[in-house]
Structure formats: C-alpha cells, structure tokens
Design a protein around this ligand. Structure first.
Ligand SMILES: [Zn+2]
Length: 56
C-alpha cells in the first residue's frame, strides 16, 4: 500500500496533495514514512509461495 497522506507543517492538517497544502499552501511532509513491517499481512503469503516453490 502506498502511503498517500501528507501532513502540512503549517496548519498541521492532513492532505492528499504531495507538494503543498490545499488549505494554507504550506509545505507538506509524510507523517509516517512507509517502511517494511514484520507484521506485513502479505508475508505469510510470500512464505507460503516460497515453501510451495521449494517443494515442487
Ligand atoms: Zn496547511
């Protein structure tokens, strides 16, 4: 999943715009940078695929 939400540094509102805030035209930044999570819900599918590939 691509993280689309940005947070304005000026008014602290969340926006979907990637450059400037739609509210106050302030700078926006990604509040939570996307990173790999060990709790990735697709991990078990990937593991299952890997095991399947190994056994066949
Ligand atoms: Zn703003």
């Amino acid at each position: 999943m691509v993280w689309l939400l940005r947070k304005c540094e000026k008014c602290l509102k969340y926006t979907l715009k990637s450059d400037i805030c739609g509210c106050c035209a302030g700078r926006v930044r990604v509040p939570h940078p996307p990173r790999f999570s060990p709790d990735d819900k697709y991990l078990k599918y990937r593991m299952a695929l890997k095991q399947k590939r190994q056994t066949t």
